[in-house]
Design a protein around this ligand. Structure first.
Ligand code: DLL
Length: 435
């Protein structure tokens, strides 16, 4: 571990954490003001100087940063250190516009890896473990982040990257991996393959660390049961360093934010106003220890809730709920706002054991009217047992969606394994409309 690991912070009193954040924020604002003309200008436009920021209470005086700022300042405009001090870039998988490129000094890599190490330790990881990292490596932060964290914990690290499922299963069984890190959709796919190939008895996994995309409690239970593990959520984003911004403990009721490095706020996405603890809104992060790419008040677009309720694990770090959608992945279908997470909710409620968590939304526009199709994979049991009830389940899902959204949806139960599986983040929506 390096000096940023500091597990004592995880159980420090809220006052101690606040004091540390106050000090670090004041220093960070000065660092940004002195070294990032782009953000300094934003501060000047708002009439704020570093002297106005004495601690976390003053955070709300600072301007927000958005993805649009990152694109405008691409590639070096938000860099706060000379390039010769930087040792790494990572980038988002953005498919529209310019990619977001984040820079790291060695200090930044170390603290990021230490945040991931905390996540692995919270999932029960020790140096005795064999940790299979099956997130993508390369520009995506998943592989490199968990890889670094696993090294720091001292696990034997299997740097598998994503894909090549046969090879994944061979190493998993031959080297007796005990921890698997990958996207939840790939975990579900691995679980299916293990089941199919009758490998369950050869699997020694005890924990999974799954994140990078939304996943439901239903999916958690399914993967836990199929792999015989405890499944932990992990959250992060490239702009704020990558995985490990927050992580789940054994209580599995939300993710502890590494508050000694990142300050979390919830704002009203319409007005930008800071909302009190417990209210749902957009998650905003300020990184208070990063050197090269220190974003202040970065709007994540993730809709979330923060909670300071006492956690049975003893950690005092604030917890964020599983993100409940994004303020920007909202679909507008026939004028109705729809979040894919709402569809998932209905599927869990209505589908029960008859369906799997695999679904695909397809939207198109025919004769100026939006069409809305939802393919849902039925479970093996339903496929083999009682094919006649398909239309009833389809109708139940359709009725529930109509009452929730006020929209007619064409629901199709499809055969098991017909929806393309993802080795990275699952693709849940195909929007064919040319708008
Ligand atoms: O997905 C970093 C990561 C890698 C996190 C591996 C966890 C594990 P980006 O590609 O920049 O970074 O995507 C960030 O993914 O704003 C969320 O919308 C979503 N996201 C990340 N983790 C979770 C999660 C990585 N646990 C964006 N649950 C974020 C739900 C998540 N959504």
């Amino acid at each position: 571990m390096s000096k940023y690991y500091q597990p004592e912070i995880e159980t420090a009193s809220p006052e101690e954490i606040r004091k540390l954040q106050d000090e670090r924020l004041v220093k960070q604002v000065k660092h940004v003001w002195d070294n990032v003309p782009y953000y300094r200008k934003k501060m000047e436009e708002k009439g704020v100087t570093p002297d106005d920021i004495k601690g976390v209470d003053d955070l709300k005086k600072l301007p927000f940063l958005t993805k649009a700022d990152l694109r405008e300042a691409y590639p070096y405009g938000l860099l706060a250190k000379p390039l010769e001090d930087c040792v790494r870039i990572q980038s988002t998988s953005g498919t529209t516009g310019k990619r977001v490129v984040a820079f790291y000094t060695q200090h930044d890599v170390d603290l990021w890896e230490d945040c991931c190490a905390r996540a692995i330790v919270a999932a029960g990881g020790t140096k005795e473990d064999v940790c299979q990292v099956s997130y993508g490596y390369g520009l995506f932060t998943g592989g490199p982040g968990l890889n670094g964290g696993s090294h720091k914990v001292g696990c034997l690290t299997l740097p598998m990257s994503s894909g090549n499922t046969e090879r994944q299963l061979q190493f998993m069984t031959d080297l007796e991996a005990t921890i698997i890190c990958c996207t939840p959709s790939y975990a579900a796919y691995l679980a299916e393959s293990i089941h199919e190939q009758g490998l369950r008895d050869k699997i020694k996994l005890k924990a999974g660390i799954f994140g990078a995309e939304a996943w439901s409690e239903n999916m958690r239970r399914d993967v836990e049961q199929k792999l015989g593990i405890k499944a932990y959520d992990i959250y992060g984003l490239t702009e704020i360093s990558g995985p490990g911004v927050s992580f789940e403990c054994e209580e599995q009721t939300g993710m502890h934010v590494n508050e000694d490095h990142f300050i979390a706020e919830i704002i009203d996405p319409e007005t930008g106003e800071v909302l009190p603890e417990g209210e749902k809104g957009e998650l905003v992060f300020t990184s208070i220890t990063k050197e090269a790419f220190p974003l202040l008040r970065y709007r994540t677009r993730d809709i979330c809730v923060l909670s300071r309720k006492k956690c049975s694990c003893g950690r005092t770090l604030v917890k964020m709920a599983k993100p409940m959608g994004r303020s920007d992945d909202m679909l507008i279908i026939r004028g109705v706002n729809v979040f894919p997470s709402q569809i998932e909710e209905v599927l869990i409620e209505v589908g029960g054991k008859d369906i799997t968590p695999n679904y695909l939304i397809t939207i198109d526009r025919v004769n100026n009217t939006d069409t809305f199709d939802l393919d849902v994979e039925m479970s093996e049991e339903m496929f083999s047992d009682d094919i006649k009830s398909v239309s009833k389940v389809e109708k139940d899902i359709k009725d529930k969606l109509r009452s929730m959204l006020g929209l007619g949806v064409n629901v199709h139960l499809v055969n098991p394994k017909t929806i393309t599986r993802s080795e990275g983040k699952a693709k849940r929506v195909i929007d064919k409309r040319d708008i």
